[in-house]
Structure formats: structure tokens, C-alpha cells
Design a protein around this ligand. Structure first.
Ligand code: TGC
Ligand code: FAD
Length: 385
């Protein structure tokens, strides 16, 4: 069942979509929620769930079965992301990266050899991938990247660094974006290649159950057969469309988690001899959350159908990511308020989601960058140049 369904959205999904959603939802309740607080406290990723995620068919959800994918549609992908992020953004992040930022570019821009070599193992969770676009000095503006690869003796010599890379130090392969003759290109870098090092970034106060790393490349020799067949920034940005789509659904999952927690708490917490849910101000907060979650669900649903019909424009994806993540962040803050002091304890999921959503609001294009992408679309003027 759709957890929060004020507008009978459940009726709009096909039987297959509902089956995928419900199996991921059960998985979240059984395998993620009971263990996630401890991983969050210890800043560890629950590695044990990787084979289980693979078994559920969550790596390569939209990719053809011949490469190990599940051959499902984008709406199913979105519903799966929603249910994973209801558990924790770290788990959705892991699955987003594997699907949208590693398997998607290899499927879309890879040779048949590359597809056969990497995709089935990534689908089984035998290999983990990461995506290196952001650099220490180039976040919102990846066009400025200074990581380069130079062609020499049938190889590309890669130099530079990437920062804030999800799964970086647990990844077997990295899809790395670097300039070759001043043009952005994609390379598959393998973890054992000489000169490639990763460092886990410690002391994060957000997404603590996700591994985030720095990647360093010092004269790494990448063979020609590891180059992806795409040139220009549209290569990485097309992958981001996929991931941003998943995030726009995932954020709804976080919002549902904090809303449900607030509603339950408000019904049982007694102050002034009454449940706090009976006070008008608390009701207004709960209604605001429900209202915003419902709007976000309708945006995500329509975007899913547009993606399935191959009609979605990147700017429409931006609107969904921008709206739904900010909505979830606002819900988390309001939910924390309703929980009073208890809201700061990790016995409740609220602060964990609130802290996670700060990262989700920033990565895959900040709230403001998406504002400017949509601003350019409707005015015709770019604020970037
Ligand atoms: P601009 O001149 O607009 O475009 C350059 C070329 O790219 C094309 N393009 C797109 N193609 C596909 N999808 C999109 N969304 C596209 N946006 C633009 C464009 O048509 C053009 O193609 P061509 O053929 O003419 O060359 O590029 P710009 O340099 O002005 O930048 C635009 C801007 C600022 C919107 C872009 O750089 C941007 O989106 N910046 C945000 C960076 C970002 O989102 N980084 C995310 C890093 S990965 C990450 O955060 C993973 S978190 C994972 C997790 O844990 O879940
Ligand atoms: P900056 O670009 O320095 O922006 C700082 C502020 O300035 C922001 O508020 C921004 O909105 C604003 N700003 C910037 N330009 C403009 C403008 N033109 N107009 C108005 N305001 C502007 N990257 C990867 O490549 N792979 C990953 O796997 C990955 N995982 C991540 C995981 C985590 C936990 C985090 C936090 C980040 C991750 N990132 C990853 C990086 C992420 O994509 C970047 O942090 C993001 O794109 C923003 O870049 P920045 O942090 O350098 O901020």
C-alpha cells in the first residue's frame, strides 16, 4: 500500500509498479529501519544489505534483463527510491549511484564489450561503482573541472582529484569525468589501477550511513577500452537527470517517515490534559505536511509517466528535485518541532532525516542551481554566463 495516500494515488499505479513498491517497502521495514540508527551513529554503511538489494533487482532497475537489469519502468524506479529513502537517504544514495550514475552511463555510452564486462556484475552487487564529477574547486560549475586525461601510447594518463564522492572508497570502479583536449569525457577507472587512491571523508554530520570519499589520480594509466563514447558536459549531466528523478521520489519517502512519526507522536503525547494533536496549531502543521507530500506525489507521478514516455525535459526533472527535496526538509523541521525535546533523540527518525536532507538539498544540483535552470527555461536568460 502507498503509505500516505490522500488523493488515491495508489489507483494510478499498475500491478507491477505496486508489487515493486510493496516489496521494497517490506524490505525497508525489515532490513533498513531496524539497523539504520546504529550505522548512522557509527558512520558506517550497512554492507550486508548489498546482496539483498541486488536480489530485489534494485541495481539496473530500468536496464534490459540481458545485462542483468530488471527491465522495469521509471515509475517503478521512483517508487523503489521512495521506499528506500523512507528508511534512510544513505541507502537510496547507494542505489541511485549504482543505477543512475554508474550503470546508466555504461549502458548508454559504453561499447558492447564494456556493457558485457561491467553491467551483469554491477547488477548482482558483485561490483560497486561511484561517479566522480565534483572537484574541490568545481561543484555547481563542473564545466571548470581541472582533472585531465592525456592520450599517450594507446592509454590515457589521468591526473587530478574528485571530492564528495558517494561510495568512493568502497567502489570497485569509478566513472570519472575529465577533460581530454579541453572536452569533458568519461573514463572507467578501476580500483587497483596504479596511482589511483581514495580517502574516506570523516566527521560528516549528514548522510552518516553513506561513505563519501575523495578520489586522487596521479598519472593513472587508463586503457583506451575504458573510455565512454560521449563528449561534452551533456555526458555527466544526462546521468544527473536520471539520479535527480530518483531523488525527487526518494525525498517523498523521507517526508512520509517524518510525517508519520509526527502524527503518531501528536496523537499520543498529552499536554494540558489533551493529546497535542487536538491543538489547532499542531493540526495546521500536520495538514501542511500532508498537503505538501500530496503535491510532491502528484509531481513525481506525472514526471514518472513523462520519463516512461521519454518526454521528460531536464528542466521538469529540476523542478521535481527542487520542490520535493525542499518540501521534505521543511517537513523534517516541522516534525522535529512537533516532537518537542524528544525530536532530537535518535529513537525517532526525524533528526536523521533532517540532517540527511541537508545533503540531498545540495547534491545533484543545489536548490538554487535548479531555480536558475528553471529560471533560464522560462525567461530565456541564463544566470550562469
Ligand atoms: P550548459 O552550457 O547549460 O550545458 C552544457 C551541455 O550539456 C547539455 N545539458 C544537459 N544535457 C543533459 N541533461 C541536462 N540536465 C543538461 N543540462 C545541460 C547542454 O545542452 C549542453 O550540450 P551541448 O551539446 O550544447 O554541449 O552547461 P553549464 O556549464 O552552463 O552548466 C549548467 C549547470 C550549472 C546547470 C550544470 O553545470 C549543473 O547542473 N550544475 C550542477 C552540478 C551538479 O548537479 N553536480 C552533481 C554531481 S553528482 C552528485 O551530486 C551525486 S550525489 C549522489 C548521491 O549520493 O545520491
Ligand atoms: P558550490 O558550488 O560551491 O555552491 C555553494 C553555494 O553557492 C550553494 O548554495 C550554491 O547554490 C551557490 N551557488 C553556486 N553557484 C551559484 C550561482 N551561479 N548563482 C547562485 N548561487 C550559486 N559529487 C559527485 O560528483 N559525485 C558524488 O557521488 C557526490 N556525492 C555527494 C555526497 C554528499 C554527501 C555531498 C554533500 C555532495 C556530493 N557530491 C557528489 C557533490 C555535490 O554534487 C556538490 O556538493 C554540489 O554540486 C554543490 O557543489 P559545492 O558543494 O561545491 O557548492
Amino acid at each position: 500500500m502507498q503509505k500516505i495516500d490522500y488523493y488515491n494515488i495508489d489507483e494510478l499505479f499498475t500491478i507491477e509498479e505496486k508489487l515493486i513498491r510493496d516489496s521494497v517497502s517490506d524490505f525497508c521495514d525489515r532490513e533498513i529501519i531496524p539497523i539504520i540508527s546504529e550505522h548512522y551513529r557509527n558512520a558506517t554503511f550497512p554492507m550486508g544489505i548489498i546482496p539483498k538489494l541486488a536480489e530485489l533487482g534494485l541495481f539496473g532497475i530500468t536496464l534490459p534483463t540481458e545485462y542483468g537489469g530488471s527491465g522495469a519502468n521509471y515509475t517503478s524506479y521512483g517508487l523503489a527510491m521512495q521506499e528506500l529513502e523512507r528508511g534512510d537517504s544513505a541507502i537510496r544514495s547507494f542505489v541511485s549511484v549504482q543505477n543512475s550514475l554508474v550503470m546508466y552511463p555504461i549502458f548508454t555510452y559504453g561499447t558492447e564489450e564494456q556493457r558485457k564486462k561491467w553491467l551483469p556484475k554491477l547488477a548482482k552487487g558483485e561490483l560497486i561503482g561511484c561517479f566522480g564529477l565534483t572537484e574541490p574547486d568545481y561543484g555547481s560549475n563542473p564545466a571548470g573541472m581541472i582533472t585531465t586525461a592525456k592520450h599517450a601510447n594507446g592509454k590515457f594518463i589521468l591526473n587530478g582529484s574528485k571530492m564528495w564522492i558517494t561510495n568512493g572508497s568502497i567502489a570497485d570502479i569509478a566513472v570519472v569525468w575529465a577533460k581530454i583536449n579541453d572536452v569533458v569525457c568519461g573514463l572507467i577507472v578501476e580500483k587497483d589501477m596504479r596511482g589511483f587512491q581514495t580517502y574516506e571523508m570523516k566527521n560528516k554530520l549528514s548522510l552518516r550511513a553513506s561513505i563519501t570519499s575523495e578520489l586522487i589520480f596521479q598519472d593513472v594509466e587508463v586503457p583506451e577500452e575504458n573510455i565512454l563514447n560521449v563528449k561534452g558536459l551533456k555526458g555527466p549531466l544526462s546521468c544527473l537527470n536520471q539520479a535527480r528523478f530518483g531523488i525527487s521520489w526518494g525525498a517523498i519517502g523521507s517526508a512520509i517517515a517524518v510525517y508519520e512519526s509526527a502524527l503518531n507522536y501528536a496523537k499520543t503525547r498529552i499536554q494540558f490534559d489533551k493529546p497535542i494533536a487536538s491543538f489547532q496549531l499542531i493540526q495546521e502543521k500536520l495538514v501542511w505536511m500532508l498537503n505538501e507530500i500530496t503535491k510532491a506525489q502528484l509531481i513525481a507521478y506525472r514526471l514518472g509517466r513523462l520519463m516512461d514516455e521519454k518526454k521528460a525535459r531536464p528542466q521538469q526533472v529540476s523542478l521535481a528535485k527542487r520542490n520535493n527535496v525542499r518540501m521534505a526538509l521543511d517537513c523534517a523541521r516541522i516534525s522535529r518541532e512537533i516532537h518537542g525535546a524528544n525530536g532530537i533523540l535518535d529513537e525517532y527518525p526525524v533528526m536523521r532525516h533532517a540532517a540527511n536532507l541537508e545533503s540531498v538539498n545540495t547534491y545533484e544540483g543545489t536548490y538554487d542551481i535548479h531555480t536558475l535552470i528553471i529560471g533560464e527555461d522560462i525567461t530565456g536568460f541564463s544566470a550562469f554566463r
